[in-house]
Design a protein around this ligand. Structure first.
Ligand SMILES: NC(=O)c1ccc[n+]([C@@H]2O[C@H](COP(=O)([O-])OP(=O)(O)OC[C@H]3O[C@@H](n4cnc5c(N)ncnc54)[C@H](OP(=O)(O)O)[C@@H]3O)[C@@H](O)[C@H]2O)c1
Length: 320
């Protein structure tokens, strides 16, 4: 199948493109400010996806059979700082991609977020009503509505959670940011009262591609890991996995009342019904940990504090 993958220079889009290639698809990889560096793709393109005529030209020129949209302004702070950019990328872009996918007869798989919920109740189902607290959450929620309005039959919205994996630069994902702080001599306070359900990066990428391949899967679904954990427990398990000093993290309370914080308290997700329909298995947090590497640039620090040797492996065209 010919697939356009947007956000292919980012954390998730790169993995989605790699997964699509592994599964025998042809990939047109779209980056923004950065080049998507992915060996084996049909084409790598850098473009501004907020430029609507350019997006139309891309879709009509490529005429893909599927689109995986991983492009976004995906940070709470970034969206609060620039709500107009957030609207263009998180709402208008998915809307336009859904309309164009309908026009060319392609399947659209659009990535959304657990942050569309307010975190008051937790265990959100795919039919639970979004109540976003931030510009990020509300622009993503509006993007979901726009996608489904343009194509309920040929589009799937996959809400997902905190990404857990390895990034090429070694500085983007959950454990990599913790390693950066620890190697700079910082102890990290982590909330005991904020619940998240991390998802393995390559597992999520496989799930996105499988949803593309499956004609019967459309509508809103949830995909995450199998374990909902506090941020503090997540940090503690990462430390244990890498045999690092448990005192590198300290327990903290998020403090602000849930209704007045931009940080939802409990974003645990029910994976029903998607988990039952998929060949891709849901991963436990332990299974995700086994895929994590010591981040690039932190090897010397890690070896000095643990006495362990870091062995690099060539993986997915990169030396992790
Ligand atoms: N990260 C998480 O923990 C998490 C959790 C839940 C859901 N999600 C969702 O997962 C998706 C992917 O997130 P991510 O963490 O992989 O984000 P990321 O690493 O920041 O990647 C975002 C991608 O969007 C591209 N992009 C941004 N503005 C663009 C523009 N104007 N034109 C073209 N491309 C543009 C970026 O390209 P350049 O960098 O080349 O400009 C990059 O490839 C998002 O939909 C996000 O909401 C993420």
């Amino acid at each position: 199948m010919k697939m356009v993958v947007t956000g292919a220079s980012g954390l998730l889009g790169r993995e989605a493109a790699l997964s699509a290639l592994r599964r025998g698809h042809q990939v047109v990889a779209i980056g923004g400010a950065r080049d998507p560096v992915i060996p084996g793709v049909l084409k790598s393109v850098r473009m501004n996806l907020a430029d609507a005529p350019a997006v139309t030209a891309l879709m009509l020129e490529e005429f893909p059979e599927a689109v995986i949209n991983c492009a976004a302004l995906p940070t709470v702070d970034g969206c609060e700082r620039d709500p107009e950019k957030a609207r263009l990328l998180n709402t208008e872009l998915p809307k336009q991609l859904a309309e164009l996918a309908f026009h060319v007869g392609a399947k659209l798989v659009h990535v959304s977020t657990d942050m569309v919920f307010d975190g008051v109740d937790g265990r959100y189902g795919h039919t639970s009503t979004p109540r976003p607290l931030s510009v990020y959450g509300s622009t993503k929620a509006a993007g979901e509505v726009a996608v489904l309005r343009a194509g309920r039959e040929h589009a799937a919205v996959i809400r997902t959670a905190l990404l857990n994996g390895n990034s090429p630069g070694g500085d983007r994902s959950l454990h990599e940011r913790l390693f950066l702080a620890w190697s700079n001599g910082e102890k990290t306070p982590l909330f005991t009262d904020e619940i998240r359900q991390p998802v393995g990066l390559s597992n999520l990428a496989d799930a996105l591609v499988e949803v593309c391949e499956r004609n019967t899967l459309s509508g809103v679904y949830h995909w995450a890991g199998g374990d909902a954990l506090s941020r503090h427990e997540i940090g503690a398990r990462i430390l244990r996995h890498f045999a690092l000093d448990p005192s590198l993290i300290t327990p903290a309370q998020s403090g602000a009342p849930a209704s007045r914080s931009l940080r939802p308290r409990d974003l645990s997700l029910s994976l029903v019904p998607l988990a039952g329909k998929m060949k891709t298995p849901v991963q436990t947090f332990e299974e995700q940990l086994s895929e994590l590497r010591v981040p690039r640039g932190r090897e010397a620090w890690y070896e000095s504090v643990t006495g362990r040797k870091v062995v690099r492996r060539l993986e997915k065209g990169l030396d992790f």
